[in-house]
Write a protein that binds this ligand. Structure first.
Ligand code: AHM
Ligand code: MG
Length: 327
């Protein structure tokens, strides 16, 4: 690649951010990327060092914690702490809000290692994050963190796959960067990602099919009859959404038998990134970004991907509410 643009150079050109915020965000993302590179290094040697398997505990959502979940969580918290710009943090792996610097002007919310049930089989996993501006001092920790999705000022994910990529938005399009491990630097490889408006991939864990709503069952059978789609499901949100973002498709994690994905750590950042690439994200009846979490680890149904596919699913949900399709 001639004259590659580093992530650093790219963020300096993000004119939607004021110069002051841009400098702070650059600092926070620099810190975050130190943690990301350390996670990348550990993952690439995972079978050789003692970091695979369960940590022997459960997280706030009742999932078994992997050793690498904990390692990734600690890497992110410690680098953000050291940077001094972050007032509050919230992690999928921690029950409570984590205090940062008393004068930190930002809030960072993250899923340190998404898809971690796949790690021991060497399948792609990810790190997901959102950044918000801290509200004024008077607001308590809950008010600082439980924010409407549309208040995000940065959202991103890292996918640790056959290459390690960072995909992010500050509200001026979605851009992808690939890590050159020999230089330890992310370079722009996917500028202005645009996801197709009509998908060709559907990603749904069909083992839950007996519990699906009427709308979900109707949607699935339409997709199968259509002839345009193929089914792909990794079981790693970042990897499933990343593939669909590039190829066009829809990912649904339904609310029946039960919603699993977390609004703050997964729904909001992935939703904004996909919207900024021309796609859509919903909970079935409402735009994900319009939701306000009532609690830190709130779960949601997530319907995300190509615009027309998400719209069709929402249409079927309305029809089910009106009683024109059976529950
Ligand atoms: P995690 O963040 O604890 O790894 O859990 C979320 C993961 C997603 O990455 C993935 O899409 C989903 O769980 C898979 O769940 P299921 O096995 O029920 O299909
Ligand atoms: Mg996750």
């Amino acid at each position: 690649m001639q004259n590659p643009i580093s992530f650093h150079e790219h963020i300096l050109e993000e004119k939607t951010l004021s110069p002051e915020v841009r400098t702070d965000i650059e600092r926070i993302l620099d810190d975050l990327l130190i943690a990301v590179k350390s996670i990348h290094n550990k993952l690439s040697r995972a079978g050789l060092i003692d970091i695979q398997g369960e940590a022997g505990s459960e997280n706030a959502s009742g999932d078994a914690v992997k050793k690498l979940d904990r390692i990734a969580h600690e890497a992110v918290v410690s680098t953000l702490h050291a940077g001094g710009c972050v007032g509050f943090m919230a992690s999928e792996e921690e029950k409570e809000i984590i205090g940062g610097s008393s004068d930190g002007k930002y809030v960072v919310v993250f899923d340190p290692l998404d898809g971690s049930s796949n790690i021991d089989a060497n399948v792609s996993v990810g790190t997901i994050f959102s950044i918000y501006k801290r509200k004024n001092e008077a607001e308590n920790a809950n008010e600082q963190v439980l924010r409407r999705g549309s208040e995000q000022i940065v959202a991103g994910y890292v996918i640790y796959g056959s290459s390690t990529m960072l995909v992010y938005t500050v509200g001026a399009g979605t851009h992808g960067f690939t890590l050159d491990p020999s230089l330890g630097e992310f370079y722009l490889s996917h500028p202005h990602i645009q996801t197709p408006v009509d998908g060709t991939v559907y990603s749904i864990n069909e083992v839950y099919e007996p519990h699906f709503s009427g709308a979900m069952k109707a949607f699935l059978s339409e997709i199968k009859e259509h002839g345009r789609y193929t089914g792909r499901y990794i079981g790693s949100l970042v990897a499933d959404v990343h593939r669909n973002l590039l190829y066009g498709g829809i990912y649904i994690y339904p609310d029946k038998p039960k919603a699993k994905l977390r609004l703050l750590y997964e729904g909001f950042p992935m939703g904004w990134i996909v919207e900024q690439a021309g796609g859509a994200a919903s909970n079935g009846t409402q735009k994900i970004l319009d939701m306000i979490p009532a609690e830190l680890h709130q779960r949601t149904q997530l319907v995300i991907g190509s615009k027309n596919d998400v719209a069709r699913y929402e249409e079927l949900v309305k029809q089910e509410e009106l009683g024109t399709i059976n529950a």
